[in-house]
Write a new protein. Structure first.
Length: 203
């Protein structure tokens, strides 16, 4: 298995966090190193892991049936480096989690790489029995599934996930029962803000 992204590494200081939520979203649990956001009165929501712990890497995952989605220990979306700032807000049924990482020139040796922050922006919308998720920027996606098929316009992972990316460069791999996509290599092609979108249907 290729190494997970560096966001699981220890950070010297916790990120600055701002939260602005309106119904149907609310804070269900504040664990200090993580937040569980609740969708209405349901058992669904989103876990945002702000700092790494022994069992949890930094990242963002839907909560389905009261349990955060994990694939081979990873959360569904992970930034390439620990964020310095995190913004969480709602837009109607959507939850937006915006992770601002270190400057882009920390990810690449390109001389033209700017000081702009590395962005890992995640939009999550529950859709009955499924979720629609969009990643703008770079990061790693992890979903359950031990098979992967290219359909001509998207990947179909297992029986429950269909994913598309506009990233100019990426890498993917399967480990155990998890499929990983890392779009961080797009930064090397001056493509630091690609869009990756997928529909995830829990088993």
């Amino acid at each position: 298995m290729l190494p997970l992204l560096l966001a699981s590494a220890a950070v010297s200081a916790p990120p600055a966090v701002s939260v602005e939520l309106e119904a149907p979203w609310s804070v269900g649990h504040d664990g200090g190193s993580h937040l569980n956001l609740r969708y209405g009165d349901s058992a669904e929501g989103v876990r945002v892991q702000l700092e790494p712990s022994e069992d949890w890497p930094i990242g963002v995952s839907p909560i389905q049936g009261g349990r955060p989605m994990r694939a081979h220990g990873a959360l569904m979306v992970a930034p390439p480096l620990p964020p310095a700032r995190v913004e969480i807000r709602s837009e109607g049924p959507d939850l937006l989690v915006r992770l601002f990482g270190p400057p882009l020139n920390a990810l690449t040796d390109r001389e033209d790489a700017p000081e702009d922050p590395t962005l890992t922006w995640v939009r999550l919308r529950p859709r009955g029995s499924s979720w629609r998720i969009v990643l703008d920027g770079v990061g790693q996606v992890a979903v359950e599934g031990s098979t992967c098929h290219w359909t001509g316009r998207a990947w179909k992972i297992g029986e429950h996930t269909e994913l598309q990316t506009a990233a100019l460069a990426w890498r993917s791999w399967i480990d155990a029962d998890a499929w990983f996509l890392d779009v961080t290599p797009a930064v090397e092609l001056a493509d630091p803000y690609p869009r990756t979108a997928w529909t995830w249907t829990p088993e």
